[in-house]
Design a protein around this ligand. Structure first.
Ligand code: GLP
Length: 241
């Protein structure tokens, strides 16, 4: 693992955007695995600014997102599809038909998971997978558990995740209780992984990710087994290392 220690959130965002843009410049038709949550917002803003300035283009890029809430349509303002439109896709020159997010409204969610797995596989997996980190060590929506799940699957969200994400909803009761998420297999099959984290409330999860045992109790700890992982964190997130 390579670890970048950045002063603050803005510096973390710029560093992460630099790594992603370098990938797009080097390989204009790359597959980007993308993430949601508050952490990547600054990274996406920076990428959009550089793209609008004409530094590089997303016209040949395909994107595959990690996850989606079960039961939310793409135009629900808390869905991850909506998040991606508002925070990135609407501001860059990526072709809408080249952006993929699991469907939260699929009649048969298990079938949707299989379809999504096949889709990501058909792209040869992500060239670069961006990840945020849950306070409990989750990646995508792979929650702490007694086993790792390889395939895209439907997951029951933990109380701590529901509570952490309640800030985006009217109340905790409105947070969906389930989600569709890429499994550990798709994530680990990415050629390169970029994990970003900011703030003291991630320090414990970062410590366990880097120094803890490899265990499904901290899903991100499996990244220790990936040959090309870059961590970009601010000082607060690294404070326990
Ligand atoms: C969400 C997402 C994750 C994200 C994490 C952290 O639940 N499913 O992909 O990394 O929580 O979110 P935040 O960046 O807002 O702390």
């Amino acid at each position: 693992m390579r670890i970048y220690r950045e002063k603050d959130y803005d510096a973390m965002s710029r560093r992460a955007a630099n790594i992603i843009s370098a990938e797009v410049i080097r390989r204009p038709d790359c597959v980007l695995g993308l993430a949601t949550g508050s952490t990547p917002i600054g990274t996406y803003k920076q990428l959009a600014a550089w793209n609008q300035r004409g530094d590089f283009s997303f016209k040949e890029v395909h994107s595959v997102n990690l996850d989606e809430y079960k039961g939310l349509s793409g135009d629900h303002d808390q869905s991850y599809r909506y998040f991606m439109q508002k925070n990135l896709f609407d501001h860059i020159d990526i072709l809408p038909e080249n952006t993929y997010v699991p469907s939260g409204l699929a009649e048969d969610p298990e079938e949707e998971c299989r379809r999504y797995d096949e889709l990501v596989k058909s792209f040869g997996y992500a060239d670069l997978q961006l990840l945020g980190l849950g306070r409990n060590g989750h990646i995508g929506f792979n929650e702490p558990s007694d086993h790792f799940v390889k395939e895209t699957h439907v997951v029951d969200l933990t109380e701590s995740t529901i509570e952490a994400n309640a800030r985006f909803f009217a109340s905790a009761d409105d947070v969906p209780k389930q989600a569709l998420t890429m499994g550990i297999g798709c994530i680990m099959a990415a050629r390169r992984i970029l994990l970003i984290a900011s703030g003291a409330d991630k320090a414990d999860a970062i410590y366990k990710t880097v120094c803890g045992p490899i265990t499904p109790e901290c899903p991100a700890s499996i990244l220790q087994l990936h040959p090309d992982v870059v961590l970009v964190c601010d000082e607060a997130a690294l404070s326990k290392l």
